[in-house]
Design a protein around this ligand. Structure first.
Ligand code: NAD
Length: 250
């Protein structure tokens, strides 16, 4: 019950790494706000948690829209009275080589990842600073080093690491920790999209990635959730401004 009396917002919480993080927070005693563009899985997950005796609220939210993010925080405070923790998992993938990237692709990826993370962090600090308490974990990626066919995604994920350091510097005086997690290959629908773009069978693609991974396997959403929630816990109370790779060593 390490998050007893804590309230956590998880964006992109309806599926994948976000959903695993929501389940872990609920298991460890937090009230959870599940924010997702896709309301259906968020509502189903909230029902699952409430049936298990936890506290959860599903909110339809587009993190790239300021009004939608503000409405998310208002809904969280109306229901649970406070926000202690923010985890930003909302994300999309687009693949294209540099010469073919369209304005729509560029804007969709940058708005969801870079602007969306900024808008959520900005809304979170507004409620955390007066309470002199807060934890944020922002999802970056190994792509921050630069991945083929993902110039927008790589730039956004590198930007999130810089944003993490700026937030840590500015908010540290208010007892707010801000860290990032950079997953490697985690089995959600995202790597499936990558295999599709390469016109490769998923299992073939997966075997290729695994062959380059020191731990010789794919990661699970639950392993990401374990590290994300550790960084939100008081055990990581003196860690801020860091990006932790959770990647099997790739
Ligand atoms: P996923 O596709 O399973 O889940 C992402 C969720 O974000 C979805 O439920 C989607 O509806 C939601 N979403 C998309 N756009 C949104 C928006 N504008 N507003 C609110 N919600 C929105 O993906 P995942 O694999 O769980 O990825 C979670 C995070 O981890 C992402 O930021 C992703 O870039 C990052 N990541 C994933 C991997 C991986 O291998 N899966 C690797 C590195 C980084």
């Amino acid at each position: 019950m390490r998050f007893k009396d804590r309230v956590a917002i998880v964006t992109g919480g309806g599926r994948g790494i976000g959903a695993a993080t929501v389940r872990r927070f609920a298991q460890d005693g937090a009230a959870v706000v599940i924010a997702d563009l896709d309301e259906e899985p968020a509502r189903e997950l909230a029902a699952e948690i409430e049936q298990g005796g936890g506290r959860a609220l599903a909110v339809g939210c587009d993190v790239s829209q300021r009004s939608s993010v503000e409405a998310l925080f208002e809904a969280a405070i109306e229901r649970f009275g406070q926000v202690d923790i923010l985890v930003t998992c909302a994300g999309i993938l687009r693949f294209n080589l540099v010469q073919d990237v369209t304005d729509d692709e560029w804007n969709a990826v940058i708005d969801t990842h870079l602007k969306g993370t900024f808008l959520c962090a900005q809304a979170a600090q507004k409620v955390m600073v007066p309470r002199r308490y807060g934890k944020m974990v922002l999802l970056s990626s190994g792509a921050a080093r630069g991945y083929r066919a993902r110039i927008h995604y790589s730039a956004a994920k590198a930007g999130i690491q810089a944003m993490t350091r700026v937030l840590a510097i500015e908010l540290g005086a208010f007892n707010i920790n801000v860290n990032a997690v950079a997953p490697g290959f985690v089995e959600t629908r995202m790597p499936q999209q990558h295999a599709d773009w390469l016109h490769k069978d998923y299992e073939t693609f997966k075997a290729e990635v695994i062959s380059q991974t020191p731990l010789q396997r794919a990661g699970t959403p639950e392993e990401q959730a374990a590290v994300i929630t550790f960084l939100c816990s008081d055990d990581a109370g003196f860690v801020t401004g860091e990006t932790l790779a959770v990647s099997g060593g790739i």
